[in-house]
Design a binder for this molecule. Structure first.
Ligand code: SF4
Ligand code: SF3
Length: 561
């Protein structure tokens, strides 16, 4: 096992024996194998796509396979193994179809590129020979192939291949949420296949991979825009909302993750049952959607961000539904009342599977909830949310006037993820130390580091403008573009906006690439730089985008404000 895809990787270098996240060695190795199988499917499916022979279920499989390998998503060996098995069937099915349509014939592999033959079709060195090890991709041969990160010897190529792969994982997660609401875009799958294959192509060097990484960012913007459309067309535009953080005296169900369709179904099914529904972590922004506000048993948000779940789930007393990342290995105290759904999985945790039409039966969770005590109150009061692009831009005139009058000097984009390390106190201290004429723009679970501070407002404009989930960084982009227009600026880098981004998992990698693809410069990134970025790749990012690591609150305040 070797995994360094997240910010909390061991010693800032890589997890080698069980992840810091709790991912076991066997699961990590199987996830590498799954990625490899996805690449072999991508090879055949790109040919099928070019000949209009591709099927939606293959696109879904590739994207969901990628999503399952995102940090804190699926820890279940049987789940990953069954995806690998299904992957072989899918790949063989496409190959058969291509053969019968005469797109390929058994002899046509001679015309495939050398690296495809070596790495995916089986004409290279034997197992045990120096890297890259190659063999035909079958269930039997997979055990002898090095599917791990170090199959790529060159440090810079490896770094760019991994950067691209992690961007794809984040994109796949967002594409999944859009798809369950009926929104898909062929361009996302076409790019995903191209990029997966590029991570195997030894003919591509740094000069070719860097533009591809930026293309991933721009496809990330497309994907986030699609998800924004899916969410807002289905559930309305989020409205500024004071979200209750206290509890009521009924039994409750806690729903976490990013999937709004799951929330909708849970709210429908809990109507009239006497069971309340609360959000946790990244589900908090759901409280601001008009379509959910009509449910009188939708109480508010419980607790903080993902890494506090062990303590908070214990105190919640009722069942918990994990719809996406971030699940952490559950404690025994609530193991019998935590459930997974979608691509999430954990050994020993009950899983709710979707029916063919996408509906889910949550009756087991609801009947368990009825037997549970109400949640223990953790805090009381409200936190403000719901400033996605439509509501934020409805007060654009006010914002522009406040900037022109000198009441707002700077906007700080403090989006991204939260994490468990103590050094993330930096973000709370940074928010506290900001001058009173600054406004924080946020999205993602990073906000929990400061969204309960009383930072006040500037003439009615809250000093923390929360656009929503990490994918709602798209809203921040729209807001920045509209503000640039209002100020008559051609370049968004000329706006009074600084970026102090916190990252943890691969969705944040995609968001970062999305910002770079839009030409955003001078992003400060923390709390540490990614272990998978090699010194040379970092130089490229510094030279072209002036990316920089964060430092101390005092130093960064001087730089950013
Ligand atoms: Fe380690 Fe992060 Fe990979 Fe988990 S996801 S194994 S913590 S690098
Ligand atoms: Fe958070 Fe996991 Fe990244 Fe969606 S829920 S931002 S960490």
């Amino acid at each position: 096992m070797f995994c360094y895809q997240c910010e909390e990787t061991l010693n800032g270098t890589g997890c080698t024996k069980n992840g810091v996240c709790g991912k076991k060695e066997d699961v990590a190795d199987l996830q590498d194998d799954l990625l490899y199988v996805l690449k072999s499917i991508a090879f055949y499916n790109s040919k099928a796509r070019a000949n209009k022979l591709n099927e939606a279920k293959t696109d879904e499989f590739i994207l969901d396979g990628l999503f399952a390998t995102v940090t804190n998503t699926n820890f279940c060996k049987a789940d990953i193994q069954s995806m690998i098995d299904e992957g072989f069937d899918i790949k063989d099915g496409i190959k058969k179809k291509l053969l019968s349509a005469k797109v390929i014939d058994e002899g046509s592999s001679s015309s495939f590129p050398r690296w495809i033959k070596e790495k995916l079709l089986g004409a290279g060195p034997k197992a045990g020979e120096p890297l890259p090890l190659v063999a035909k991709v079958t269930a039997e041969s997979l055990t002898s192939i090095n599917t791990g990160i170090f199959a790529t010897e060159n440090e810079d190529i490896r770094s760019l291949r991994e950067l691209l792969t992690y961007g794809l994982k984040g994109m796949a997660a967002y594409a999944h949420h859009a798809r369950v609401l009926g929104y898909t875009d062929d361009a996302i799958s076409t790019f995903t296949e191209k990029a997966l294959l590029a991570t195997m192509d030894d003919d591509l060097g740094v000069a070719e991979l860097v533009p591809l990484v930026l293309e991933c960012g721009s496809m990330g913007v497309t994907t986030m825009a699609l998800l924004d459309k899916a969410n807002t067309s289905t559930y309305g535009n989020p409205e500024p909302t004071a979200v209750n953080i206290g509890v009521r005296n009924n039994p409750g169900i806690l729903i976490s993750g990013h999937d709004l369709r799951d929330l909708e179904q849970l709210l429908q099914q809990t109507q009239g049952t006497g069971v309340d529904v609360y959000t946790h972590g990244e589900m908090l922004p759901a409280n601001s959607y008009p379509a959910f506000k009509k449910y009188d048993n939708f109480v508010g948000n419980y607790g903080g961000s993902w890494w506090k779940q062990k303590e908070e789930f214990e105190k919640f007393n009722g069942p918990i539904l994990m719809t996406t990342n971030c699940i952490v290995p559950p404690k025994d105290s609530y193991l019998d009342r935590i459930y997974t759904t979608g691509v999430v999985g954990f050994d020993g945790v009950k899983h709710i599977t979707a029916n063919k039409d996408g509906t889910k039966d949550f009756s087991a969770i609801i009947s368990q909830a009825k037997q549970c005590k109400p949640p223990v109150q953790l805090e009381e009061g409200t936190i403000m949310g719901g400033f996605a692009h439509v509501s934020a831009l409805s007060v654009a005139d006010k914002i522009v006037a406040a900037v022109k009058a000198g009441q707002i000097k700077k906007f700080l984009v403090m989006a991204g993820c939260d994490g468990r390390h103590k050094e993330r106190d930096y973000y709370t201290e940074f928010a506290k130390a900001l001058p009173k004429d600054t406004v924080i723009l946020t999205a993602g679970c990073a906000k929990y580091r400061y969204n309960k501070l009383d930072l006040g407002d500037i003439g009615g404009i809250p000093r923390v403008i929360d656009a929503g989930q990490c994918n709602d960084c798209y809203s921040l982009v729209v807001i920045a573009q509209k503000l640039a227009e209002a100020f008559g600026l051609k370049d968004i880098n000329d706006l009074p906006v600084s970026y102090n981004i916190a990252w943890y998992e691969q969705k944040a990698v995609l968001v970062l690439l999305a910002l770079l693809s839009l030409g955003v410069k001078n992003i400060m990134l923390g709390p540490t730089l990614p272990a998978f970025v090699s010194p040379n790749v970092l130089n490229v990012l510094v030279d072209n985008f002036n990316i920089r690591p964060n430092s101390t609150v005092e130093e960064d305040m001087n730089v950013l404000v």
